[in-house]
Design a protein around this ligand. Structure first.
Ligand code: T5A
Length: 209
């Protein structure tokens, strides 16, 4: 019988360097001989990509409520898990996610200050105990991450939040990452080559298990 694949996730604030980490980790996984599917959240299916557009869009005079934002994130996640992640894992492929549930717990739980109870109930409905096998959390100081994100062009609705929002988000990320035995924290405030070496070392260590 085909062994179930592993679900690996890259997490971090805007400008943490997730895109580069995704390519480093993808290469390491495929070189180790595994089939790999890449996903991003919110997104990754046609409907979830439409939700992504909707959630990142600046609706001008219509305030996006924190509840609507939270529900949209979990609606997109439900689509992705049922249609892509679980079928791929069952077929033996590995899946590498650019963001997953930790993002909601950090951005909506920490940044937006939505209660843990509300998030927990959506996690139970959507995930039913499903969790990544391994997470790399790329830690960046919000001021530096936003500077990098700004260097890339126009900011979306969430990226336009004030610094305190990202500070709360980062604090929640760190708190949750430190509690998770399957999560490695990468300091991205170092020289970029060193960051890439640390990412490679972490995924090689995981693959060697
Ligand atoms: N969201 C998402 C929620 O609120 N809740 C949720 O549940 C989920 C799933 C998604 C948005 O939705 C929110 C979070 C987000 O606001 P996104 O596009 O997926 O949006 O996420 P972003 O974080 O916006 O993606 P970014 O592309 O901004 O982040 P990256 O991928 O981490 O940044 P990257 O790799 O493009 O790097 C940005 C720039 O910095 C440079 C890179 O070269 C690049 O130019 N850089 C460095 N420079 C110097 N030193 C380093 N160590 C560097 N690392 C990268």
């Amino acid at each position: 019988m085909q062994a179930r694949g592993k679900f690996i996730v890259i997490e971090g604030l805007e400008g943490a360097g997730k895109s580069t980490a995704v390519s480093i980790v993808s290469q390491a996984i495929t070189q180790a001989g595994h089939l790999l599917a890449n996903t991003r959240e919110p997104g990754g299916t046609p409907m979830a990509e439409a939700i992504r557009e909707c959630v990142k869009h600046d609706w001008a005079n219509e305030k996006v409520t924190v509840e609507a934002e939270l529900l949209l994130m979990y609606a997109a996640r439900a689509q992705l898990i049922q249609n892509v992640i679980l079928p791929r894992l069952e077929a033996g492929s590995w899946v590498l996610g650019d963001r997953h549930d930790l993002s909601s717990r950090a951005y909506q739980g920490g940044g937006r200050q939505i209660s843990c109870e509300m998030i927990e109930s959506l996690r139970n409905i959507t995930l039913g105990g499903f969790e990544p096998d391994f997470t790399l959390y790329l830690d960046v100081e919000p001021i530096e991450g936003l500077k990098r994100a700004k260097g890339r062009g126009e900011l979306d609705r969430i990226e336009q939040e004030d610094l305190s929002f990202f500070e709360r988000t980062r604090a929640r990320y760190l708190e949750l990452a430190q509690q998770d035995p399957n999560c490695v924290i990468i300091n991205t405030m170092q020289d970029i080559d060193r960051v890439h070496q640390d990412i490679l070392a972490a995924i090689h260590h995981y693959l060697g298990k």
